[in-house]
Design a protein around this ligand. Structure first.
Ligand code: 5GP
Length: 211
């Protein structure tokens, strides 16, 4: 029996290059959960191997701005000259079906979700060290040196905001990090505030007598 009927919104965030995507992939491979991934929209060009509708929905700047005007994003941010955003309708639908929706987004977007969806769970994926992070960003080899340096600078500023999150998970190994995220989700499900209403519905009489 599912006690808490509305699904959880899980926001995985953290600096570019920290390995959020890899942690998320490992998470989805783990057994015993019902997670769905929210596919973001972006104006950046697909990288080699990326497929429209799988990693992202790749749209033009004009289309993106039109969607902003129509209030169609739960959150969006401009990140190193491109827009990224979370489509609102899909998420609302999935949450109301009781699905666990995972967002993998950068820090500014996460802060907007914090404002709009108080019940969401905010997990900051952190690098073991800054050197480790810079090394990963520089060795990715998919972007120009200027873009890589912009991402390093942005990462440093993003890490300063980790204190705003509910949890910080260090990505020392992908398996460890994914394990911790699953443990957090399980614990969040067991929180009294998420389950008590259902128990009260099960025992309405006793509950009324207590009042
Ligand atoms: P990349 O270009 O490396 O795929 O993503 C750049 C950054 O944008 C990453 O930190 C990624 O998590 C973030 N991102 C991806 N989708 C979204 C989104 O929908 N909203 C926001 N705010 N950030 C996103």
């Amino acid at each position: 029996m599912k006690l808490d009927e509305r699904g959880l919104l899980i926001v995985l965030s953290g600096p570019s290059g920290v390995g959020k995507g890899t942690v998320r992939e490992a998470l989805f491979k783990m057994p015993g959960h019902d997670l769905v991934y929210s596919i973001s929209m972006t104006t950046r060009q697909p990288r080699d191997g990326e497929v429209n509708g799988r990693e992202y929905l790749f749209i033009s700047r004009d289309e993106f701005q039109e969607r902003i005007r129509q209030n169609k994003f739960l959150e969006y941010a401009e990140f190193v000259n491109n827009y990224y955003g979370t489509p609102f309708d899909t998420i609302e639908q999935q949450l109301s079906e009781g699905k666990e929706v995972v967002l993998e987004i950068e820090v500014n977007g996460a802060l907007q979700v914090r404002e709009k969806m108080k019940e969401a769970i905010f997990i900051f994926i952190a690098p073991p060290t800054m050197e480790d992070l810079y090394h990963r960003l520089r060795s990715r080899g998919t972007e120009s040196p200027e873009i890589v340096e912009a991402r390093c600078e942005k990462a440093r500023r993003e890490i300063e905001l980790a204190y705003l999150y509910d949890y910080i998970v260090v990505n020392d190994t992908v398996e460890n990090a994914a394990d911790k995220v699953i443990a957090i989700i399980r614990a969040e499900h067991a929180k009294t505030e998420r389950t008590i209403a259902t128990y009260r519905k099960m025992f309405p009489k006793e509950n009324n007598e207590r009042k």
